[in-house]
Design a protein around this ligand. Structure first.
Ligand code: C5P
Length: 230
């Protein structure tokens, strides 16, 4: 798969998610299933997307005691997803257990990535939960922990990509949302980056929702972005 695009299927029903997925081409993108869709549909949605030929990023951001997260990662691997994520702030033991669970899985192993600091959290909000570092410092600290525990990358804002690339030298996948082609509406995203700029900055995968899903012609929107990147 050449395309770095992961289409965010932010829907509340299997029917609407599959209606959109059927308009796309699994040769030209992957798809992301998050908490809303997964909670509404259960694992069936993953099977349905797989039968349409898509690779799936299961974006459930696991965060719990090490054993629980390890077992959840094992179940994600059993579902055959391409990528799964956990909160890096769950701590070293939790990250290590997640890594072990994926490594021990007897079959195709999902790519395991971490979530550092949610972009919705300001420095002020971090202080309120007892984190006295700035968001940037905390992102780097948690990304470092992910590297040490063998995770294969992190989700981060496109703005954080240069910071992480300059400070973390190992091969590390950066998955970035907040992407907007120049021709698309920003919606509720504030600090957006174009697909081309995000790749230039060092992103490996681009999570894109509404510029594709809310388009009158989702496949054309997807193809247009892929062409801009080619
Ligand atoms: O429609 P849009 O392109 O804004 O969708 C972006 C997707 O990326 C959504 O699924 C959103 O929840 C997710 N996301 C984000 N910002 C983050 C983390 C995830 O927009 N920091």
């Amino acid at each position: 798969m050449e395309s770095p695009i992961i289409v965010a299927l932010d829907y509340s029903s299997e029917q609407s998610a599959l209606a959109l997925a059927r308009k796309l081409d699994p040769k030209n993108c992957r798809v992301k299933v998050g908490k809303e869709l997964f909670t509404a549909t259960g694992p069936r949605i993953i099977e349905s997307l797989h039968s349409l030929g898509f690779e799936v990023f299961l974006d459930l951001k696991f965060h719990d005691i090490p054993q629980t997260v390890a077992k959840a990662c094992h179940q994600a691997a059993c579902l055959g997803v391409w990528m799964v994520n956990v909160h890096a702030s769950g701590g070293r033991a939790m990250l290590s257990s997640a890594r072990q669970a994926v490594d021990d899985f007897d079959g195709a192993k999902p790519i395991l990535i971490g979530v550092t600091v949610l972009t919705s959290l300001s420095d002020e909000a971090l202080k309120e939960v007892g984190v006295n570092a700035t968001a940037e410092e905390q992102v780097l600290r948690l990304a470092g922990l992910c590297v040490e525990e063998g995770l294969e990358g992190v989700v981060c804002s496109a703005q954080e990509v240069p910071l992480i690339r300059n400070n973390i030298k190992s091969k590390f996948s950066l998955v970035t949302p907040g992407i907007r082609p120049t021709w698309a509406a920003k919606n509720d995203q504030h600090r957006v980056v174009t697909p081309k700029q995000a790749i230039k900055n060092g992103s490996d995968y681009l999570v894109i929702g509404r510029p594709i899903t809310a388009s009158d012609d989702p496949l054309s929107a997807l193809n247009k972005i892929n062409q801009e990147l080619a």
